[in-house]
Design a binder for this molecule. Structure first.
Ligand code: ADP
Ligand code: MG
Length: 611
């Protein structure tokens, strides 16, 4: 069209589209759920706006919050339409092409190293999956504040936008038209689409309709001349009084909107009624995580009292690609907040603390007011109570992951039979720990109130853990008679630490020493001072006490001349003191850091950061 304005895709977006359009990826189905998920997001947005201003919904069909799918088999067009918030001209330009989201390049990188296309939605670029099946896409959109526009692109590096003067007015919302490629003909089959909606979009909170064609039997007056016996019926009434006129049945095709999902809010149902498979499917829709893995755990509960709410929390099967990358500048929890079944926001800071931001879930409260702005809601006093309860439940859910795992120390006294029942949960806590252990450590640092609960969830390797993960409770159970402190050592790897002279005497005397090898551990140990009345002692630091040693005092006396000489020889600024110690066995001497100073490992970490 001559009136169309042309735009170039932002470079990363263009690369992404190239990858998609040339992809040999076999599971092209994913585009449909990405479009439905976008439609659902847009519907959530307009419903939210309508809380404070009913007018925005419009009248008649425009006010219907639904999604419609339609096929044109001849023209090979699949269209998906919603009556959501729509996009203004500016939105179209920004959202569909010129502003690359942070996930774009991350996703492109993932794809180039053979990553799974299935995860596209989590990177915030799901829309572009349309190019897996289409070579030409039109997006027609009408936003309340603007005219109706058409965005179109053949994925050739550019897109065009024109004011829409030829299509039927949408009222409000968006229609995506996919001109399907020959290889994607299967998406013109109604049954295929029904299956896909059932499989991936069952838990979408708005009705999804398909314009479906049916062959129906219709009775029509029989043609007198025609005497085909199968289609001619003669009926007599019981009394045999009157003969009905001759009719015949013919096949006729009719089309109507067929509802494909039954809109059910899983979280409002009783947890006893919801099957594991339903929880799993709901998780996939909620988290836009369509990997084959089930969530590791979930917690579905109702909170009663001053603040009433229902919530459903999930531990994802894997940590998202940017969990710790964006940790310090991201305050968003991954919870969706609903008030009386109306979606309010998934960008509420402070529904969960940062360290639990890896959880996905929803919270639906009857106590919060509906018709106030997001900002006002954000300050509502009930949120504090909700947050507190959510943290408790979340930590309980994680603790259960350990309690149900036969590999865990806490289950060592279980009978074989009990262990047999737990078999399928074998290793689940170690898996959790590998994905999210760092979050628990960050929690210990940040959340003083729950520090002890979180410390219970901590796992580590030690001189006695035999390549497995141990807990603090397990450590305590193995403490030597008379041992008062919990010993640990920090460094960059277990292999390096195992050779440390600091361990010589401790291992000789059969003391267990924890290996902390993650940089975050140094920070962690500045906050974790004690556990179950036992203090933590870094064995490379001053203050290590290994029980009473009566000879030590005499030794100190007799070597005083030597230690004084050393102290002088090393110059005072460099060492605090030179001492006789009983911490070594083979090594003649060792440099120890002071009790309140940084450990040598911490010095290294800090140096690495300032470089
Ligand atoms: P995401 O949904 O993760 O934001 P997408 O690539 O799926 O990423 O979509 C990009 C953006 O395009 C959306 O954030 C939204 O602003 C806009 N968009 C896509 N589809 C629609 C729609 N049906 N209605 C309104 N806006 C839409
Ligand atoms: Mg999307």
């Amino acid at each position: 069209r001559s009136s169309a304005e042309k735009f170039e895709f932002q470079a990363e977006v263009s690369r992404l589209m190239d990858i998609l359009i040339n992809s040999l990826y076999s599971n092209k189905d994913i585009f449909l759920r990405e479009l439905i998920s976008n439609a659902s997001d847009a519907l959530d947005k307009i419903r939210f706006l309508s809380l404070t201003d009913k007018e925005v919904l419009g009248e008649g069909d425009t006010a219907k919050l639904e999604i419609q799918i339609k096929l044109d088999k001849e023209k090979k067009i699949l269209s998906i339409r919603d009556r959501g918030v729509g996009m203004s001209k500016e939105d179209l330009i920004k959202n569909l092409g010129t502003i690359a989201k942070s996930g774009t390049s991350a996703f492109v990188e993932k794809m180039q190293s053979g990553g799974d296309l299935n995860l596209i939605g989590q990177f915030g670029v799901g829309f572009y999956s349309v190019y897996l099946v289409a070579d030409y896409v039109e997006v027609i959109s009408k936003h309340n504040d603007d005219k109706q526009y058409v965005w179109e692109s053949k994925a050739d590096g550019a897109f065009a936008i024109s004011e829409d003067t030829w299509n039927e007015p949408l009222g409000r919302g968006t229609e995506i038209r996919l001109h399907l490629r020959d290889e994607a003909k299967e998406y013109l089959e109604e049954d295929k689409l029904k299956d896909l909606v059932k499989k991936y979009s069952e838990f979408i909170n708005f009705p999804i309709y398909l314009w479906s064609t049916k062959e129906v039997d219709v009775e029509v007056p029989a043609d007198e001349e025609e005497t085909t016996p199968e289609t001619t019926e003669e009926e007599e009434t019981e009394d045999g009084e009157e003969k009905k006129p001759k009719t015949k049945t013919i096949k006729e095709t009719t089309s109507e909107w067929e509802l494909l999902n039954d809109v059910k809010a899983v979280w409002l149902r009783s947890s006893k009624e919801v099957t594991d498979e339903e929880y799993s499917k709901f998780y996939h829709t909620l988290a836009k995580d369509f990997s084959d893995d089930k969530p590791m755990a979930w917690s579905h509960f109702t909170a009663e009292g001053d603040v009433e709410f229902k919530a459903l929390l999930f531990v994802p099967p894997k940590a998202p690609h940017d969990l710790y990358e964006s940790y310090y500048n991201n305050n968003k929890s991954n919870l969706k907040l609903y008030v009386r079944r109306v979606f309010i926001s998934d960008e509420f800071d402070d529904l969960l603390p940062k360290y639990l931001s890896f959880l996905k879930g929803i919270v639906d409260s009857d106590t919060l007011p509906l018709n106030v702005s997001r900002e006002m809601l954000q300050q509502h006093s009930s949120l504090k109570t909700i947050k507190k309860k959510l943290i408790r439940k979340a930590l309980d859910m994680i603790r259960k992951l350990a309690e149900e795992d036969p590999d865990e120390y806490s289950n060592k006294d279980k009978t074989d039979e009990e262990k047999g029942e737990m078999e399928e949960k074998k290793g689940q806590y170690a898996k959790f720990w590998n994905e999210f252990g760092k979050s628990i450590k960050l929690g210990i640092i940040e959340d003083a109130t729950n520090r002890n609960r979180l410390a219970k969830l901590l796992r580590f390797e030690s001189t006695k853990s035999d390549g497995k993960l141990a807990s603090l409770d397990e450590y305590i159970s193995r403490m030597r008679p008379g041992q008062k402190d919990i010993f640990y050592i920090t460094g960059s790897s277990k292999e390096q630490l195992e050779k440390s002279p600091f361990l010589e005497r401790l291992t000789k005397k059969n003391y267990e020493v924890i290996f902390f090898t993650d940089p975050v551990d140094e920070y962690l140990m500045q906050y974790l001072m004690d556990y179950e009345d036992k203090k933590f002692q870094n064995v490379s630091k001053e203050g290590l006490k290994l029980g009473k040693d009566s000879k030590l005092k005499d030794l100190k006396e007799s070597f005083k001349e030597l230690t004084d000489w050393w102290k002088k020889a090393l110059e005072t600024e460099n060492v605090d003191s030179v001492k006789i110690s009983n911490r070594l066995h083979n090594t003649p001497c060792v440099v120890v850091t002071s009790k309140y100073g940084w450990s040598a490992n911490m010095e290294k970490i800090m140096q690495a950061q300032t470089l």
